[in-house]
Design a protein around this ligand. Structure first.
Ligand code: ATP
Length: 262
């Protein structure tokens, strides 16, 4: 069994009460309220409410088809909720264009990586910074290369020729180039070996330690709960549990359904 590093801020820590500038009255950096999202007539999210506070790693776990990716796509503006609202720093973003949501501070490393296969590693990273026209990027590239030395070694390689793990690193690095307030990660461990999975989770912890808030979607519930401060369990489009990651990891229902215990 592999173990990811212990999260840095206190588990379940909340910015509530401190009300930093730009936060909602509740202090939440990101918040979904009673969100219903459909694909045509198929209702994928059935009233999802969740929040992410500054400095946290929050994980959303659940089985195949539970609605995890749909939740992230609804936040990033790829899908629009039919009911409910999505707020960043208290401001509604559910009617804001997706590219503008990136500019406001939400960047996603999508499931399946989706790197630009014919572009080099370096060009992919620059694409991630499209929302920051004119901003000096050298420090950001250096930060990404620090987190992922492998990308530095491969900076001129075409992204499509890299391994799955390297492409995952590139997808995360590209999202970080947007300098997001909150980083959305969709199944970063999918298809990776246990060693690479452990490396990716260590890096997620590092990214968070550098001040980036993370919302992490994972089927690998054990790893996700090890690295996160809090978590939500999604089942057929509904949140059925929400607690500190430690409490969820100890919860009998979670252990049976998601941690492979009988
Ligand atoms: P997975 O880990 O398998 O991706 P998930 O929890 O991310 O699962 P979603 O991809 O969000 O689940 O899917 C939620 C529900 O929406 C599922 O019932 C799925 O079949 C449905 N769904 C997802 N994408 C579409 C689509 N493009 N068209 C129709 N239904 C969809």
């Amino acid at each position: 069994m592999t173990t990811a590093p212990t999260p840095s801020p206190a588990a379940g820590s909340s910015a509530a009460g401190s009300s930093p500038a730009g936060s909602s009255p509740d202090g939440h950096l990101l918040e979904l309220r009673e969100v219903h999202t459909y694909y045509g007539n198929i209702r994928a999210l059935r009233g999802v409410s969740l929040h992410v506070d500054r400095g946290e790693i929050v994980t959303l776990i659940g089985s195949n088809g539970a609605g995890k990716s749909t939740t992230l796509k609804t936040i990033s503006g790829v899908l629009r909720p039919r009911q409910g609202d999505v707020r960043l720093e208290g401001r509604r973003i559910d009617d804001v264009p997706a590219h503008e949501i990136v500019r406001m501070g939400v960047a996603q490393a999508p499931e399946g990586r989706r790197v630009f296969a014919r572009m080099s590693v370096f060009e992919n990273l620059l694409m991630g910074a499209f929302s920051r026209q004119g901003a000096p990027l050298d420090d950001d590239v250096a930060r990404v290369f620090d987190l992922f030395p492998r990308l530095k070694e491969r900076r001129t390689q075409k992204a499509g020729t890299m391994s799955g793990g390297e492409q995952q690193m590139l997808a995360m690095g590209r999202a970080l180039m947007a300098s997001p307030k909150v980083l959305l990660l969709d199944e970063p461990s999918m298809g990776l070996s246990p060693i690479l999975t452990e490396q990716i989770f260590t890096i997620i912890n590092e990214i968070n330690g550098q001040g980036t808030t993370v919302l992490l979607v994972e089927q690998n519930a054990l790893m996700a709960l090890n690295v996160a401060h809090r978590g939500y369990v999604l089942q057929t489009g509904k949140i059925i549990l929400s607690d500190t990651a430690a409490n969820l990891a100890a919860n009998e229902q979670v252990r049976q359904a998601y941690l492979g215990e009988i």
